[in-house]
Design a protein around this ligand. Structure first.
Ligand code: ATP
Ligand code: MG
Length: 557
């Protein structure tokens, strides 16, 4: 798996623009920013933006700021601020200098608003939000001017000061830019710059009761921080006119440029924070870091590695084309990473007991088993072997055809890293289900073929019954049953009822102190990691990160 340091990154249209800006001398250095709104946890779509912004800064020896775009105090929270910082760092990136907040600039922003008022380019409007919408017109019809549009700068200034002083109710007054009510870009029809909100702010407390809008705040924040390339998603394409208009009409040195790229959409999941928030508040998932969530913290808890997420962002690239990526693409990135980097271990998820009748009852043999089939540097571990072992229920059949290369009555199979055994007879319960399989073991077959020359057809995994540890396994699947759940009216109707299946079984003793999030390949079963929230050494819980193969393509293809 590639690390950010030695990546050979394919170029993209944004990098081409930067190359040209550096070549022409327009810029001598590059500065980007990642500007999350702290109103939810970051998701895999944000990872695309993070890898782009921080990746460019890294590759061009530039700088990338982390700026919280915090102009909607009611929806924001410091819990989100903290989780976002943690997720960015976990992904392997470090912002330049201190963390920035748009709210750091509230006083400066107020000053720029006053400048626009003085220039006759902004006015205080007393239309209601509904009236403003009505007056704005439509794509085919020009808007009409507000009756308050032509107030004098002095009058506007006095009213704006009163707005700040808390003398108006919410929704009764706002500050608007005076641009063009007939513009073909709706955002240019006198957009609102400030509104009244008597809301406590997580950074500025109760200092303000007027808050600037995104379009006014973002461009100025970029300019104040010396951002050269302001990268955002396509829905802001039209807003670029306003971005430029604001900066052209205030006294500010720096003129950053905004460039838009398409957002990441993933099949079988939702990506908007509003919808993710709804899943959490309606308790349809176990919090923002539920391993089924497309959040960074959910993927992390599920067992995704930072390298696999960076690799995914690299593979999907950056374009202006709207598209939806298959979940299989994300899964194959983590599978490729873990195939190389995850040590192997054995776990039995649906156990049935095997008794080796000719193996001494009191004997425990410690076998040495390689941690990786092709990477010797990963060393080996000790795995105890005993007379009773657990195997996977589906690895045994009383009768089977030749295709079934596992344990069958009267036939041989090898236990991974241990002996060859032959199934002799079974015990069953009242339902006819096998409870115990009695076998004979070829005591001379450890690490060598059986002396009688009859080779076993297959190899199955196992866990010693006396030395193994009980464990819970959480098998995750897609949270939704439809490709585009965001389009559904109600989540309940499209939730996958089998998105979490819990199994109880056993793992080998070496996993007693498995660190949370440390990945393992459970041989023949899949990639797993200990759950960071619920797993303890005396009550192990493992999350399935991903299966060994892409079964999804097979089932649904
Ligand atoms: P959401 O719709 O999830 O609420 P947002 O755009 O409102 O997303 P922000 O916190 O404002 O969320 O996003 C921070 C940055 O991440 C922005 O620059 C935004 O364009 C980018 N971003 C958000 N979602 C995606 C996505 N799906 N793909 C790529 N970039 C994204
Ligand atoms: Mg946003």
């Amino acid at each position: 798996m590639t690390q950010p340091d030695n990546d050979v990154r394919p170029s993209n249209f944004i990098r081409n623009i930067i190359d040209a800006d550096l070549a022409s001398g327009k810029h001598s250095a590059v500065q980007t920013r990642f500007p999350p709104e702290p109103n939810g946890y970051l998701h895999i779509g944000h990872a695309k933006s993070i890898c782009l912004n921080f990746g460019i800064a890294k590759d061009y020896q530039g700088l990338c700021n982390l700026r919280f775009d915090d102009t909607n105090p009611e929806k924001e929270d410091v819990e989100y601020v903290e989780s976002i910082k943690q997720d960015v760092q976990w992904l392997g990136f470090q912002w330049h200098g201190d963390i920035h907040y748009s709210s750091d600039y509230f006083e400066l922003l107020y000053g720029y608003a006053v400048e626009l008022i003085n220039k006759g380019l902004a006015y205080v409007d007393e239309l209601t939000p509904e009236q403003i919408r009505e007056y704005r017109g439509t794509l085919t019809q020009a808007g009409k001017p507000s009756p308050y549009r032509d107030r004098s700068p002095q009058e506007n200034l006095a009213l704006f000061e009163k707005m700040r002083a808390g003398e108006f109710k919410e929704g009764t007054i706002c500050l608007r830019a005076k641009i063009d009510m007939a513009s073909s870009f709706m955002v240019m029809r006198d957009p609102v710059l400030y509104r009244v909100k008597f809301a406590h702010h997580h950074q500025t407390g109760d200092k303000w009761c007027i808050y600037p809008m995104y379009d006014f705040t973002h461009c100025i924040s970029d300019a104040l921080e010396g951002i050269t390339h302001s990268l955002c998603t396509l829905e802001f394409q039209d807003n670029r006119r306003l971005y430029d208009w604001v900066l052209e009409n205030i006294s500010i040195e720096c003129q950053p440029r905004q460039y838009e790229f398409s957002r990441l959409n993933l099949e079988y999941t939702v990506m908007s924070k509003r919808k993710l928030n709804q899943l959490v508040t309606d308790k349809l998932v176990d919090g923002w870091n539920d391993p089924r969530m497309p959040t960074i913290s959910g993927l992390r808890r599920r067992g995704y590695t930072p390298a696999s997420i960076r690799e995914f962002c690299q593979r999907i690239g950056v374009t202006k084309q709207e598209n939806t990526i298959e979940m299989g693409s994300l899964e194959s990135c983590v599978r490729d990473d873990l195939n190389v980097n995850a040590p192997r271990a054995m776990a039995v998820l649906d156990p049935v007991k095997v008794v080796l009748e000719n193996y001494p009852a009191d004997k425990v043999e410690v076998l040495n088993v390689a941690n990786h089939p092709s990477d010797e540097s990963m060393g080996s571990r000790e795995v105890p072997f005993s007379r009773e072992v657990w195997i996977e229920r589906e690895d045994f059949r009383e009768e089977a055809n030749k295709k079934f290369k596992r344990l069958v009555l009267g036939k041989k199979v090898r236990l991974r890293g241990a002996y060859v055994l032959t199934a002799e007879r079974v015990d069953k319960d009242d339902n006819g289900d096998v409870t115990t399989i009695y076998c004979s073991v070829d005591l001379d077959s450890l690490g060598v073929d059986p002396a009688d020359g009859v080779k076993p057809k297959g190899v199955i995994h196992w866990v010693s019954a006396s030395a193994g540890l009980e464990a819970e396994f959480r098998l995750y699947d897609r949270l939704f049953t439809v490709e585009n759940p965001g389009a559904a009216e109600e989540f309940e109707t499209v939730l996958n009822p089998d998105s979490l299946v819990v199994k109880r079984g056993f793992v080998e003793a070496s996993l007693k102190n498995a660190e949370a999030e440390q990945a393992f390949q459970f041989e023949r079963v899949g990639y797993f990691c200990a759950d960071s929230v619920d797993s303890r050494s005396d009550a192990l819980v493992f999350n399935r990160t991903v299966g060994l193969r892409d079964t999804w393509a097979k089932i649904n293809g």
